[in-house]
Ligand binder design. Structure first.
Ligand code: PLP
Length: 456
């Protein structure tokens, strides 16, 4: 790291506390400072170019440096830089985007509520579910089931839905209302001799057993990402969502689909709910909604949920929930333009086509001595590294290979994200097949160098 007293690196280490970072290691190693971006590339403060194979944080759908989004923000800032939508106030961008979202999502989702982040959105969903059941006169129906390794954010409620130890440890979480079931990951949790379908049956049975043990009258909802992202890109086993939905229906339990990563084309369909045949009561969207050029999340609700909340607001005097920046006009304007670009440039179809190509190219590494599993759908994938292919043994400590790979890939001009020892791919939706080839070439070199260092 550049240790000159006034260097960006030195000032970063002096003044910042970074999210999701080992602060002590950061003090020693310093930051990777990114200065600008263009298309699928970003450049650091020394001018070095990287392929951003994780689209920032799974989010920059249209790529970096998209002028139309800059202009949309500028136009909106010049006319109405801010207004709120509390107490019946409104503005055109909030209305336009709500209409757009209701029209593009499944027909039974009829209303939109805005927040600034995925965490706030899931926190809001928890509050809506509790409010809904109180209004319906069933105050005991409050528990929410998530999955181990699921990720739903980091506020008190959303971190409680998250099933990752790092987001619970020393935070006094999860809240007691939140329960977690087995991770739907066949490679790790399938049993000897079990088929994927049988694994799904077992997981659905586990959910039913939990509901019965807790008492169905106490269980309000189930939350899941159609494909788990930050837990390591985990694609559900065959039949999983059908079987889970049957159980939820049986006990009148709401389903929350968290498409914060998958929404707006990542799977090759506009929504992964479509891909997996999921009919959610809440659909949570963020990230690619603005390509992360502005902070924004949206919750889509059914009419049944809306009616109960509307009744509650009448009884209580207002729906006592909302954020200063709920429906921020600049975020709305950027989202509208971003969704137009996704539509006009056929980026969902591109995700399907180039995604299939990326999946094929990554599966060429299945025989690599370090690779345990290659998994993914559309333009999202994970390559899990193991010490022994036959026993699937993990590295000790977990993350050892991932850390080496992260260093090597940065040297080779590639940014992925290593979750433990799973190397994640989630490039901008604009990526071409030729760019996938370049990304794979850099990956291949980095993987071989990781293997050499581990041996060495
Ligand atoms: C599926 C999912 N839900 C929720 C969140 C939380 O979103 P945010 O970081 O905007 O709070 C994330 C973030 O990565 C996510 O991947």
């Amino acid at each position: 790291m550049d240790t000159l007293p006034n260097s960006l690196a030195a000032r970063d280490v002096k003044y910042l506390l970074h999210p999701n970072t080992n602060a002590r290691m950061h003090e020693q190693n310093g930051p990777m400072v990114i200065s600008r971006g263009d298309g699928i590339h970003v450049y650091d403060d020394a001018g070095k170019e990287y392929i951003e194979a994780l689209a920032g944080l799974w989010s920059v759908a249209v790529g970096f440096g998209e002028k139309r989004l800059v202009e949309a923000a500028h136009r909106q800032m010049s006319t109405l830089p801010y207004y709120h939508i509390f107490s019946s106030k409104s503005h055109e961008p909030a209305i336009d985007l709500a209409e757009m979202l209701v029209k593009m999502t499944p027909e039974h989702l009829t209303r939109v509520f805005y927040t600034n982040s995925g965490s706030e959105a899931n926190d809001t969903v928890v509050k809506m579910i509790w409010y809904y059941n109180n209004v319906l006169g069933r105050p005991e129906k409050k528990k929410i089931i998530g999955r181990k390794n699921g990720y739903h954010g980091i506020t008190v409620a959303s971190a409680s839905l998250t099933g990752l130890p790092i987001n619970h440890k020393d935070f006094d979480l999860p809240l007691p209302q939140m329960k977690h079931v087995t991770t739907p990951h066949f490679y790790r949790f399938g049993e000897e001799g079990e088929t994927e379908e049988q694994f799904s049956d077992r997981l659905a049975q586990e959910i039913e057993d939990m509901i019965l043990a807790e008492g169905p009258e106490t269980v309000a909802a189930f939350i899941g990402e159609p494909v788990i992202g930050a837990g390591g890109v985990l694609v559900p086993p065959k039949g999983y969502w059908d079987k889970v939905q049957k159980v939820l229906k049986k006990y009148d339990i709401l389903l929350v689909a968290d498409e914060v990563i998958m929404g707006f084309g990542r799977s090759g369909k506009t929504f992964a709910c479509e891909y997996y045949g999921i009919t959610p009561d809440f659909l949570v969207l963020s990230k690619q909604i603005t390509s992360s050029y502005q902070p924004l999340a949206a919750i889509l609700l059914t009419d049944a949920v809306y009616q109960a909340i509307a009744d509650g607001s009448q009884k209580n005097g207002a729906f006592g929930h909302g954020y200063t920046a709920s429906g921020h006009p600049v975020a709305m304007a950027v989202a509208i333009e971003n969704l137009k670009i996704i539509e006009e440039r056929g980026l969902v179809a591109n995700a399907e086509k180039v995604g299939a190509y990326m999946q094929k190219r990554l599966r060429e590494f299945a025989d690599h001595p370090l690779v345990g599993e290659v998994r993914g759908v559309g333009l999202i994938a994970g390559v899990e590294l193991v010490t022994d292919k036959a026993t699937k043994a993990k590295f000790d400590p977990v993350g050892k290979a991932g850390a080496i790979y992260t260093r090597k890939s940065a040297e080779n001009g590639l940014i992925n994200r290593a979750i433990g020892d799973t190397i994640c791919f989630c490039p901008p939706l604009i990526i071409t097949e030729a760019q996938v080839d370049e990304m794979i070439a850099r990956f291949s070199k980095s993987l071989d160098e990781t293997a050499a260092e581990l041996k060495g």
